[in-house]
Design a binder for this molecule. Structure first.
Ligand code: FAD
Length: 323
């Protein structure tokens, strides 16, 4: 069954988050010969549209409006609903990002539609699209379908590989205007917390510290390793609660979900709430002085030792490897 799938592009600082391309790849997987249409909402963003074509979108709809300069629930949901209304897609996909998590339930409610949240895989089987998503904090996976109406889904970053960028691909880019009114929120200023260069939820390598790091100064040593590896720094809630680092770094059930190629956990015990946010990492390396620490049960490589002795050795060795 051919499907028309609309994919919302996720932009930050005037460039795409990778999950935009991953969601296009997810849509391609189940469009079954139908159309993958990407939607770009913002102000002065139309110039980015061809990038979406290069990554597999068959067509792009751009919506430029001063109310869409920064994300607000009101403006984005109004704009997206109007595009959905005129395009009548069979499914709408977006990243499982702060924007997607806020927007998708609003659209689902307005369209009286079902929503599959945090999908990590999907396949088309006959008339149905079967989604896989984690449950019980990542301890198990469930398969779900939406059998009636429009299918809404958010796609977890770093799980579905984007298509190879192909600059010879062409596709139609159409500008449409929308009517945005009665806004209840006006963004006056955005103040960003500086957490280093690499975005934690999209990072390929994460260096994470726990209460075992013992202090803010101890945490700075992690930054050094992260810098050598081009990694993002993350933390357990234990480390955040102890004020060794900012809560924006927290990984886990009530923090960020990460799925890097390499996750290095230093001084983290491996509580279920932490593991919920990182267990899908492709390779987990744990450093802990307690050989019985739970983190070793999910680690691919474990180092039993004092992290303050291990960390300088890792930095030294990686410096030799990383040019
Ligand atoms: P600890 O459990 O104290 O572990 C510290 C580890 O460091 C120990 O294993 C110790 O052996 C090791 N260590 C100490 N010194 C050294 C050293 N010198 N060298 C090497 N190893 C050393 N937690 C999260 O992380 N993310 C969440 O999103 C989250 N959400 C939660 C939600 C709820 C509702 C609840 C109840 C809890 C949540 N928690 C979360 C908290 C979670 O239960 C744990 O308390 C927390 O993950 C523990 O952090 P930690 O591993 O850093 O600290």
């Amino acid at each position: 069954m051919a499907r028309k799938i609309l994919v919302l592009a996720d932009i930050r600082d005037n460039s795409f988050r990778n999950v935009s391309f991953e969601a296009i790849a997810a849509a391609k997987k189940v469009a079954s010969g139908g159309e993958v249409l990407s939607v770009l909402l913002g102000e002065n963003v139309s110039g980015l549209a061809t990038e979406l074509i290069y990554y597999g979108a068959d067509r792009v709809v751009t919506v430029e409006n001063s109310s869409l300069k920064d994300y607000t629930s009101d403006a984005f949901s109004q704009a997206l609903l109007q595009v959905i209304h005129s395009e009548t897609p069979d499914a709408v996909f977006m990243g499982h990002t702060a924007v997607g998590k806020d927007l998708a339930p609003r659209i689902a409610m307005k369209k009286q539609a079902g929503l599959i949240s945090d999908a990590i895989d999907l396949e088309a089987v006959g008339e149905e699209v079967i989604f896989t998503r984690p449950i019980y904090s990542g301890k198990a996976f469930e398969k779900k379908v939406i059998s009636e109406g429009i299918i809404l889904a958010t796609i977890r970053p770093n799980n579905i590989a984007p298509l190879e960028k192909d600059e010879s691909r062409t596709g139609e880019v159409t500008a449409v205007s929308v009517d945005i009114k009665d806004l209840r929120t006006i963004i006056k200023e955005i103040v960003r917390k500086s957490t280093g260069g690499v975005d934690l939820s999209e990072a390929k390598i994460v260096v994470a510290g726990g209460r075992g790091v013992k202090s803010e100064e101890g945490f700075n040593k992690l930054n050094e390793l992260a810098e050598v590896l081009g990694a993002a720094v993350g933390a357990s809630r234990g480390a955040c609660d102890a004020e060794y680092c900012d809560y924006s770094l927290q990984i886990g059930q009530t923090g960020k979900v990460v799925t890097p190629d390499l996750y290095i956990a230093l001084g983290i015990s491996g509580a279920i709430q932490h593991v919920a946010g990182m267990s899908n990492s492709k390779c987990i390396v744990a450093v802990n002085k307690d050989p019985e620490a739970t983190i070793f049960t999910i680690a691919d490589y474990g180092i039993v030792g004092d992290l303050f002795e291990v960390l300088p050795l890792l930095i030294e060795e990686f410096k030799k490897e990383v040019v």
